[in-house]
Design a binder for this molecule. Sequence first.
Ligand code: JB2
Length: 192
Amino acid sequence: MKNLILIGGGGHCKSCIDVVEQTNEYNIVGILDSPDKVGQKVLNYEIIGTDEDIAKYAAKGYELLITIGQLQSADLRKNIYKKVKNSGGKFATIISPLAYVSKHSRIGEGTIVMHGAIINAEVEIGSNCIINTKALIEHDCRIENNCHIAVGAVLAGGVTIEKDSFIGANATIVQYLHLPPKTFVKASSLVK
Ligand code: JB2
């Protein structure tokens, strides 16, 4: 088992913990959050420090995963990503055993693919992304860094989502659309 530190101990963290536990690949050492939350627990895991401790755990060779969600802006996750990289930290890439991920796809570091997601052939997903529960990413899609594809969203074949974007729950993006950086798509939208 590899040691893992989670960064951010809110609602998204709970969903991430469930996915990490199902992989049977990681020992979750603890969570980093704000100073006032140190000592509290999220599910069975303790908040053991703050972002000031990232370098300490990176030096021990522990892997890290950002477990803060992303709705309006990617900035917080991007800043923490930089902090981990500057500390020489290694990101985990987490794939739920209950997801289907084509062997002909590529997934970047620090990205989590959650339960029930489907990632089809020739898909490329960047770093620091959330492919949330039951999202469907069809063939030949490209999702750049720091994107959140929320629960149940559907990307038809050949869609490109540029960096720092958010695709809301149950939204549908029709085939071969190319969406620019910082795109924000509201839940249940049909984008065509
Ligand atoms: O800079 C930070 C920081 N800022 C906020 N560093 C660290 N390590 N932690 C930080 N946090 C912590 O992130 C907050 O103290 C809080 O514990 C957590 C955010 O929790 P919250 O439940 O408010 O949001 P979330 O990002 O976990 O989940 C949102 O996004 C998900 C995608 C919710 O809207 C969920 O419902 C949604 N599924």
